[in-house]
Write a protein that binds this ligand. Structure first.
Ligand code: 6PG
Length: 469
């Protein structure tokens, strides 16, 4: 065995292998561990020099190869496997060693693991890693949470391997306990929202504007040069023009319209409900994946109901409306996700700095977008901003585009094209910016049938009315 290694990584699947090679590229020595001999051998072969990158299937050999305090990252599927890996390492670890879970673990699991390991003197981090396989290799956005002092040992490595936005690393200590996993969960909720929006706009342009895939690819590509510049818009332009190598035409037309999910978007929605923070643009994105899964029923239902005759639209006008409505809805989706983060920060004691979160999302991660530079600025100006819609920086951006979201919503509704992400974003905006909502009537109904009482606008106190005299 050569000298001790700076960094350890368990789970040598694509993400793990890429992450460890990224660590090595940045001048740190790294040691991998996986039960699968083939994966261990593949990493050693790809690493080229065992003094820099080495690996073993044996947990004891792996742990003993690392310098103290040991910094061990897990890139394994979320769930029971994380607990099993922790147990396999524990007999060989020393006080103050650090375990970092880089997977999409549920945040309460991270809290449980942190408390369990703290009793044994081991630091546990939940660190969301975003950017897919390519990001892991070339620079992901990393969202770590855990013990602040222990983070100092991990910081140089994470800052070196992370993506850079104008030279600034896309990683920062976010907060204690499960702060990192929580932030990554909401990142994924926003990711669901943006994916839904980009896909429904594609649908609308195709159906109402008769745009071809090539034309659509060119539109998304053009948008990616402007204020909509983002990873998801960029890949959409490439996906739309990808030729199929198994059949004639474009690949996108042959892909089954059933989207799967691993759960992070649903967790975001579920937890937002628990907190009492509305995130309808994310909720509907989760629901749309569920509706997509009901393909057989959808096909049956489609045959039972007539759809309005599609009125074809002027292409240039439609493209303009679509760009503006998409930009508006992107803003609303980020606003909702960040609102949830601000609330969760108080609820769970994370002390999150939203400006820092927006900052580390500017590059490397799946939701990276030009818009995040403006969002960072808005929260830097007012660190306690409860909602992006209250930022003076955003008033003009929203004001200038909401009209197109209205027009597109009407057009889609009149023609029977589902535009749920845009529609929900618009309804959220209209409700959030209303001084008066009809919930006075709901309060009256509650009091009517259940004596639940109500408050009044014109005087203090709690009131009840005997409605049926
Ligand atoms: C990322 C992604 C990544 C993963 C999603 C997929 O940030 O790199 O979010 O974590 O691709 O979790 O999620 P679904 O399978 O639920 O769509």
């Amino acid at each position: 065995m050569e000298g001790k290694y700076d960094f350890g990584l368990v789970g040598l699947g694509v993400m793990g292998r890429n992450f460890i090679l990224n660590v090595a590229d940045n001048g740190f020595t790294a040691f991998g561990n996986d039960l699968d001999t083939e994966k261990v051998d593949a990493l050693i072969a790809e690493g080229g020099d065992t003094k820099k990158v080495n690996a073993s299937t044996d947990a004891k050999v792996f742990v003993n190869a690392l310098s103290s305090p040991r910094k061990i990252m897990l890139l394994v599927p979320a769930g029971k496997i994380v607990d099993a890996v922790i147990e396999s390492l524990l007999p060989f670890l020393d006080k103050d060693d650090i375990i970092i879970d880089g997977g999409n673990s549920f945040f309460t699991d991270t809290d449980r693991r942190e408390a369990y390991l703290q009793e044994k003197g081991i630091h546990f981090f939940g660190a969301g890693v975003s950017g897919g396989a390519k990001g892991a290799r070339l620079g992901p956005s990393i969202m770590p949470g855990g013990n602040r002092e222990a983070y100092q040992h991990v910081k140089p490595i994470f800052e070196a391997v992370s993506a850079k936005y104008k030279g600034e690393p896309c990683v920062a200590y976010l907060g204690p306990k499960s702060a990192g996993n929580y932030v990554k969960m909401v990142h994924n909720g926003i990711e669901y929202g943006l994916m839904q929006l980009t896909s429904e706009i594609y649908d609308l342009l195709k159906k109402a504007g008769d745009f071809s895939n090539e034309e659509l690819g060119a539109i998304y590509s053009k948008w990616n040069e402007g204020r909509l510049q983002s990873f998801l818009v960029e890949i959409t332009s490439k996906i739309l023009t990808q030729k199929d190598d198994l059949a004639e035409g474009h690949l996108v037309d042959q892909i089954l319209d059933k989207a799967k999910q691993k759960g992070t978007g649903k967790w975001t929605s579920q937890n937002a409900m628990d907190l009492g923070i509305p995130v309808p643009s994310i909720d509907i994105a989760v629901s749309m994946r569920e509706i997509s899964a009901l393909k057989t029923e959808r096909v049956r239902a489609d045959k039972l109901y007539d759809r309005p005759e599609m009125e074809k639209q002027d292409k240039a006008e439609l493209e303009k409306l679509a760009e503006e409505a998409l930009y508006f809805s992107f803003i609303i989706t980020y606003a909702q996700g960040l609102h949830q983060l601000a609330d969760a920060s108080n609820e769970y004691g994370y002390a999150l700095d939203i400006a820092v979160i927006a900052k580390i999302w500017r590059a490397g991660c799946i939701i990276r977008a030009a818009l995040l530079a403006d969002i960072t600025e808005a929260f830097q100006k007012d660190r306690l901003l409860p909602n992006l819609l209250l930022s003076p920086t955003f008033v003009e951006k929203v004001q200038g585009t909401v009209g197109s979201a209205r027009k597109l919503t009407c057009l889609a509704a009149a023609n029977g094209i589902p535009l749920p992400g845009i529609t929900n974003s618009l309804a959220y905006f209209d409700a959030y910016t209303s001084t008066r909502l009809p919930l006075n009537l709901i309060q009256a109904q509650r009091d009517y049938f259940g004596s639940h009482t109500y408050e009044r606008l014109d005087r203090e106190g709690i009131f009840h009315t005997e409605w049926e005299k």
